[in-house]
Design a protein around this ligand. Structure first.
Ligand code: SAM
Length: 206
């Protein structure tokens, strides 16, 4: 990752709304939960050989920065309005493949998406953990799941810590391991990042 004087940057083509210094694009933690995670927590190494399935691309703000560091990003978004913004990003970032679809129905895009190294989900839905689990079959063993959990979308009344723990339990049961949990409160109210890894399949487990 490119850090200079405590600020996170990328080096790809700029997008409308960017702050740019020479060839460097500022990746602001206030505009992107993934950037906030880089500032506050631990993110696995990401490089050009890593492909992503990204659920909840919206207009592509985070996708546009991430694309400067990764291989292919399959960017799934259900709502028609943000897709216009996402298509502008696609014009600038040749490694982003937009998929207008409902992430709760992965069978719709399973013929387009190859196995990926990272599954990223930021959809702010009540059943967001369940949707992540439905998409886990795209993730290679040893690959990472990064979930930006909006606890208030799950329940406005339940305790946030409890919702986070229940989400971790869902992923544990789904075969994930090596968890790290980072609260993003400083930049994104009511959000927590859960990062975990898909277990490697041992010969004896087959
Ligand atoms: N990840 C984006 C970023 O950092 O630039 C912001 C995502 S925004 C918080 C959540 C997005 O998830 C919305 O654009 C919403 O339309 C989308 N979404 C919600 N439910 C979805 C679903 N079932 N399938 C795909 N996208 C969904």
């Amino acid at each position: 990752m490119i850090w200079k004087d405590g600020i996170l940057y990328t080096t790809g083509k700029s997008i409308k709304g960017d702050r740019v210094f020479g060839k460097l694009r500022v990746w602001p933690p206030e505009r992107s939960k993934l950037a906030a995670l880089y500032y506050l927590g631990v993110v696995p190494d990401i490089n050009k050989t890593n492909d992503f399935l990204y659920l909840g691309a919206a207009s592509g703000t985070t996708v546009s920065f991430l694309a400067d560091y990764t291989g292919i990003i399959y960017a799934v978004e259900i709502a028609p309005e943000p897709l216009f913004g996402l298509l502008e990003v696609v014009e600038r970032k040749k490694n982003v493949i937009p998929i207008p679809a409902d992430a709760s129905k992965p069978e719709i895009y399973s013929s387009i998406v190859s196995n990926v190294d990272f599954l990223y989900i930021d959809i702010a839905q009540r059943n967001q953990a369940e949707i992540a689990v439905r998409n886990l079959f795209f993730l290679k063993s040893g690959g990472y799941l990064i979930m930006m959990l909006k606890t208030r979308s799950v329940s406005a009344h339940e305790d946030s810590e409890k919702i986070c723990k229940e989400t971790v339990d869902i992923f544990l049961k789904a075969g994930m391991c090596d968890f790290s949990v980072t609260w993003l409160e400083k930049y994104h109210r009511g959000h927590v990042a859960i990062v975990c890894r898909k277990r490697f399949i041992e010969k004896s487990d087959e």
